[in-house]
Design a protein. Structure first.
Length: 162
């Protein structure tokens, strides 16, 4: 296994799960990291499973949770495979664009996603895009030391290091 699942039963001094083990430690670390920032806001790009390790009641900073939807045939839904990639793309967007204010993330437009103001709230920001073709339908073209997956229409969808 390449990672330890959060729901695994594991006996520690603090309880029988990793959630018990972490308790309020993560929230305290996030509060500390936010000190000194002009506009501290926690932008939650984690999966529900892993964010469950954060004791939200112990947070002293505002928080926004991002959700990524795929649109197909007039309906929107979260597809975990794409949502995981989108969360990573957003993290990279923050770094590449040196984002310091949460509001600036509303301009996130990578891989066809766009901010949906009407579906969002102050604490939950929704991004959506037309659903891309399944990964098996993507054509791969070698670019340098990476594979660039291209959809049937040639739009860039992902870069995966070899």
């Amino acid at each position: 296994a390449y990672r330890l699942e959060m729901g695994v039963r594991i006996k520690t001094k603090r309880g029988g799960s990793l959630y018990d083990f972490w308790g309020d430690k993560i929230a305290k670390a996030l509060n500390e990291a936010a000190r000194g920032h002009k506009d501290p806001t926690l932008v939650n790009c984690a999966s529900q499973e892993y964010f469950g390790a954060v004791d939200v009641k112990a947070l002293n900073i505002p928080m926004v949770t991002t959700k990524f939807f795929e649109e197909k045939d007039g309906s929107s839904k979260i597809i975990s495979f794409y949502a995981k990639k989108a969360r990573g793309l957003m993290a990279r967007y923050v770094i590449d664009n040196r984002i310091e204010r949460a509001e600036d993330l509303r301009a996130f437009d990578v891989a066809g996603y766009s901010f949906q103001k009407s579906a969002s709230s102050d604490t939950e920001w929704v991004f959506s895009r037309p659903q891309p073709p399944p990964p098996s339908a993507a054509k791969k073209a070698k670019v340098g030391s990476a594979w660039l997956a291209r959809s049937e229409v040639g739009a860039e969808t992902d870069v995966v290091p070899l």
